[in-house]
Design a protein around this ligand. Structure first.
Ligand code: HEC
Ligand code: HEC
Length: 288
């Protein structure tokens, strides 16, 4: 193995390296490859001069073109805002009924309402408004305070048992804790609620519970138990429960009461966003 061995087949010099009889030639790298390499080096240097590139201790080289990603994003946001501004102005001026009749405005409202919902509402009402115990499902047609667009808008604005001066408000008493009913009367009235909601119940106890219900509960739930919208007294005869329809859950509601709080959004979300939310919630499927 000499330094300057010449390969017989190609007439090319070898590097002198050999593995199992295979020798390495000293062929040059292809021209196109070398030129491409030079171009990338030139590009890298030009890029470093033109664009922000090299980190310094507390800053970085800005580049002669003065490009800034932050500025670019800001300009993009400005452009989107300006485009949205037209829609937002139209939403501000239109009534909810008008918005629902104009397809592009409606689509814009639903899209905006959906994103505002996932930020502000989904932690209580669930993604897509499916609800959870204590937090009503907003997809179904059971409404405690009303499912018309303007009613929903009002609920969002003032909240329920919130700190807003005009809040929707109604306080079911804690019948056992406040000693309005005895333990037996609570048991009886619970059986009556089980009966009117079509569930298994003790008929004798339910019969004893009926007059109790008429006296103590009908003011907010109606004698039939179908509820009173204006007062936010839920319908107890459907299979839809805010807190749960089992004997134990109903007993807990009657004995201790619940009084869930829905925050008011008048100070936290602007009117356009609240309108978008009302349109979105109404469009979830249960709107009236
Ligand atoms: C902190 C929890 C919480 C948040 C956040 C919240 N809600 Fe509620 N919401 C409730 C509770 C609790 C109720 C039921 C109150 C009651 O009637 O007892 C309710 C009720 C409602 C109702 C009335 C439902 C009916 O049947 O009449 C609507 C509409 C509603 N929420 C929409 C929203 C929207 C839109 C948002 C977001 C802007 C939102 N909620 C954010 C807790 C919340
Ligand atoms: C002053 C009005 C008022 C009176 C009186 C009242 N309720 Fe209620 N009730 C409500 C309100 C408002 C709610 C809504 C839930 C809440 O408090 O968050 C409710 C909720 C309920 C629920 C839970 C419904 C659900 O979907 O989970 C049950 C059950 C119930 N009431 C039964 C009764 C019974 C039984 C009585 C009589 C012993 C009674 N209520 C008296 C106002 C009243």
């Amino acid at each position: 193995m000499t330094e300057h061995e010449i390969d017989e087949v190609t007439g090319q010099r070898t590097t002198g390296h050999e593995w199992d009889g295979i020798k390495e030639l000293t062929s040059p790298i292809p021209r196109w490859w070398v030129y491409t390499f030079y171009v990338t080096v030139a590009w890298a240097i030009a890029f470093m001069i033109a664009m922000p590139a090299i980190p310094l201790v507390s800053d970085y080289t800005k580049g002669v073109l003065g490009y800034s990603q932050r500025e670019a994003v800001r300009a993009d946001i400005e452009a989107v805002r300006a485009a949205q501004g037209v829609f937002r102005d139209r939403i501000e001026q239109a009534s909810l009924a008008e918005i629902r009749d104009i397809p592009d405005l409606f689509d814009f409202a639903v899209a905006g309402g959906k994103s505002a919902f996932s930020v502000n509402c989904s932690q209580c009402h669930g993604a897509g408004g499916a609800g959870a115990p204590g937090y009503p499902n907003l997809n179904d047609d059971a409404w405690i305070w009303g499912g018309k667009p303007d009613e929903i808008l009002d609920t969002i604005r003032v909240g329920i048992r919130s700190d807003h001066p005009d809040t929707r408000f109604n306080q079911m008493p804690a019948f056992l804790a406040d000693e309005l009913l005895t333990r037996d009367q609570v048991s009886d009235v619970v059986e009556h609620v089980l009966q009117i909601s079509g569930q298994a119940h003790d008929p004798a106890a339910a019969a004893r519970g009926q007059p109790v219900f008429r006296e103590q509960c009908s003011a907010c739930h109606q004698e039939s138990g179908k509820g009173i919208r204006e007062l936010g007294g839920p319908n107890l005869t459907d299979a839809i429960w805010l807190y749960g329809g089992s004997r134990e859950e109903i007993r807990r509601t009657v004995a201790l009461s619940r009084n869930g709080v829905m925050p008011a959004w008048e100070d936290k979300l602007d009117e356009v966003t609240r309108k978008q939310l009302a349109i979105y919630v109404h469009a979830l499927g249960g709107g009236e």
